[in-house]
Design a protein around this ligand. Structure first.
Ligand code: HEC
Length: 495
């Protein structure tokens, strides 16, 4: 226990030392006379919150796409108090000062963006927008990180309460957004680009197929030439987890609508046709896996219960009620005998793969788990966490055999190849490759926090996404970029 505490302290120290910007920006936020404009805050909401808080589909009844809608509040009442960020849920929830934490998948919004929201509320919810040339996909980042405008006098009165009606979700909002990415004249009218935030990604274990989440759809690519191969509709809602079956023939997608419904759908990879559906959650599915023989699907999410289904008839086989927080990761062992589930609190439960019977609980992590990986012989389980550590446990003894502290801030994405190389993405905007012993082999930078990554089937490349929607292909050998998948087609919607 004492060791864990000291590790946490060590990590916190590391974070504070390593991110000098954090301390600085907090100071800046105290200078409330510097006005933060709506477009700056909107850029933050767009990339962090719109997936769930926009228009008619808004979760919790909170639409963050216009100032008017924000002031209109949510189902449970006011979400913002002008001038009082500490009393405003649109600040306190993403800042993790209150529950439920936002966004719900565990990744905290970067400090500099929280500071923008804080300042914007403090300054009286400015509706001003500074005309920004939006030339590239990284525009939202530019908006958030460019030099602040010169101080302006505070508005004399609080903004009016009666405002234009909230924009309809369709054209008006689209018009307010600039087209991003390379100009594509022929598609300019047909496709509108939205905040291309990747919420799930998977690579096939046997082919060059890459699946990426879109808006109520799944896009299937060939990563070698980055061509789009198929698009599968997911009207069930947002996609939060994608997994290929071990033979690559099936792709399972989990997700749903927040506080409403969630399920897992399996598609045939070759045709894109639906094969089966399982699950009947009252909230989204955030984690799922399909057993190596394709017979079982385990799924979980905010309900804290892992449910095991028989894919042949859709029947619920078992419920694993050992978690005390949202389930974020699920992985069957390669022999299918065990299934590991991990939560936002850092606990991992290992259960029997076909019955859900409890096998063992693995504690130690002090932050949300961002990735699980089994060794080929199913005797070891690797886990990576926001606490900055990768832990290796022996499943025969339940003991930790190795702990790797890469010192890269919070670990936000994790994968491991057949030769044991560890790949992780961090809050320090880096994708790193380590040897099985924990020696850094190579690393590459992204433009923002790394949100997802996957090693390709041939272990030559890693495909990673960041918080502003970049999807980049890196060589595992030298970390060189081998191209981008852009503009994020995950956000392209044909009207
Ligand atoms: C993955 C979907 C998702 C994302 C992304 C997300 N939220 Fe939420 N949010 C929800 C759900 C679901 C609820 C309802 C929670 C509940 O009722 O327990 C909610 C509720 C809220 C509420 C409370 C509304 C109320 O009064 O009940 C606030 C405020 C909020 N979110 C702010 C944010 C902000 C700010 C962001 C971005 C930083 C964000 N959320 C990102 C899903 C999301």
């Amino acid at each position: 226990m004492r060791i864990e505490v000291s590790i946490t302290v060590f990590l916190l120290t590391l974070l504070l030392v390593a991110i000098p910007g954090v301390a600085q920006e907090t100071q800046v936020s105290a200078a409330s006379e510097v006005e933060v404009t709506w477009d700056q805050v909107r850029a933050v909401f767009q990339k962090r919150c719109f997936a769930c808080h926009r228009g008619e589909q808004a979760r919790g009844g909170l639409d963050l796409s216009t100032v008017a809608a924000i002031k209109a509040g949510a189902t449970s009442g006011a979400s913002v108090v002008s001038g009082k960020p500490e009393e405003s849920m649109i600040y306190t929830l993403p800042a993790h000062l209150e529950n439920p934490k936002m966004p719900p998948n565990g990744a905290r919004v970067p400090q500099r963006e929280l500071d923008l929201i804080h300042k914007w509320i403090l300054g009286g919810l400015s509706e001003k927008t500074s005309e920004l040339p939006v030339a590239s996909r990284s525009s939202s980042r530019t908006a958030a990180s460019r030099p602040l405008p010169r101080p302006r006098p505070q508005p004399a009165s609080r903004p009016k309460q009666t405002l234009a009606p909230a924009m309809p979700t369709g054209t008006a909002v689209a018009a307010a957004e600039q087209p991003v990415g390379p100009a594509r004249p022929s598609f300019a009218k047909a496709i509108r680009h939205q905040a291309g935030v990747v919420t799930a990604m998977a690579t096939s274990p046997v082919s060059s197929l890459l699946a990426i989440s879109g808006q109520q759809q799944i896009l299937l690519y060939d990563w070698t030439d980055r061509s789009l191969r198929n698009v599968m509709a997911f009207p069930e809602g947002d996609v939060f987890i994608l997994r290929f079956s071990r033979d690559g023939s099936l792709l399972i997608a989990g997700g749903g609508k927040g506080s409403e419904s969630g399920k897992v759908v399996a598609f045939e990879t070759s045709t894109g046709e639906r094969v089966f559906e399982v699950g009947n959650e009252t909230d989204v599915v955030l984690a799922a896996d399909i057993s190596p023989d394709g017979h079982f699907v385990a799924l979980g999410g905010p309900s804290r219960v892992v449910r095991l289904y028989d894919t042949t008839n859709g029947n619920l086989i078992s419920e694993i009620r050992k978690h005390t927080d949202w389930i974020l990761q699920i992985a069957f062992s390669h022999d299918g005998l065990l299934v590991a589930s991990a939560d936002r609190f850092g606990s991992i439960c290992v259960s029997e793969g076909s019955s859900g019977k409890h096998f063992m609980t693995l504690r130690g992590h002090t932050g949300a788990i961002c990735g699980l990986s089994w060794s080929a012989d199913s005797s070891q389980l690797f886990s990576a966490s926001h606490d900055g550590a990768i832990r290796v446990r022996d499943l025969h003894t339940g003991l930790e055999t190795q702990q790797i502290l890469p010192g890269s801030g919070r670990l936000l994405a994790f994968d491991r190849d057949a030769s044991g190389r560890l790949v992780f993405g961090s809050s320090m905007q880096k994708v790193s490759v380590m040897s099985p012993e924990g020696r850094l082999l190579t690393s590459a930078s992204m433009s923002d926090e790394v949100t997802h990554l996957q090693i390709t089937q041939d272990a030559t490349h890693v495909i990673a996404s960041d918080a502003i929607g970049n999807i980049t292909l890196f060589s595992m050998e030298d970390g060189q970029s081998a191209g981008q998948i852009s503009p994020p087609p995950a956000s392209a919607r044909i009207q």
